[in-house]
Design a protein around this ligand. Sequence first.
Ligand SMILES: [Zn+2]
Ligand SMILES: [Zn+2]
Length: 224
Amino acid sequence: MVRCPGCSHWQELRAFRIGSTRNHWVPATVSACEFRNWDESENTITDTFIDGLSCNHCFAKYHGRSNLAEVLVKWLDYCLDSERVRLAFMLSAAWDRLGKQYRKFERVSSIYEVKDVVLDILPVAAKLKTHDFHNIGLTEILTLRMAFPKWVTAWGNLDHETRSFVEHSTWNESCKNFHLWFENYHAIEAHLVWVIQCEMEMAEKDRGDDLTDWVLSREGRTLT
Ligand SMILES: [Zn+2]
Ligand SMILES: [Zn+2]
C-alpha cells in the first residue's frame, strides 16, 4: 500500500495509476533495473516517482475530474490492449504451429483430418504468421472456433506414435504448453472475447465519466 502525500490515506497501489509494461515490476532504486510506467512517458517507477504521486481523489481535486478521466481511460485502454495481445498470442500459438508444421504433417500419412483443419484456418493464417495479434478479432476467433472440433477429432484419431510426434517434436519450440492450450482453449477464447467486447464498449462513446465514478467509489477511505 502507498500513503498519499495529499490526503495522508494509505491506499492500494491501483489508486495511484501506476503499473509497468513488465509483469513482475518492482519500484527500483538502481537505475539498471528501473521499470518504465505504463504511460510510455519517461517516468520510471522509482521511490521518488511514487512519492510524487497523488491518489485518484487528490488527483481529481488538484487537476480536475476530466483530467483524471483522461488518464483512467488511457490506462484502461493500455490494460485491455496488452491483455488482448497476451490472450490472442495464447489462443493462436498452437494454430500457428499447426500451419508451420503442415509440411511435416504431410509426411505423416495417417493424418487426413489435419489437412482439413489447416484449410479451415487459412483465412486467419496470415495474421497468425505475422503475429498480428491486435487484429485477431471476433471473425478470426469464430473461424478458429469452427475448426477446433475438427482438430479435437483429428487429435482423437491419431495413433499413439503420431500423437507423440505432434505433441513433442512439433510443438515444443514455441508452444511448450500444448496440453495447456488444448485443455483451456475455450476459457482462453471466452476471456479474449470479453476483452474485445470491453474494448468495443469503451470505444462506443466517451465512457470516462462512468469509469471515474466507478474508480472513485471503490477506493476505500477507511484506512488512515
Ligand atoms: Zn490522496
Ligand atoms: Zn485477464
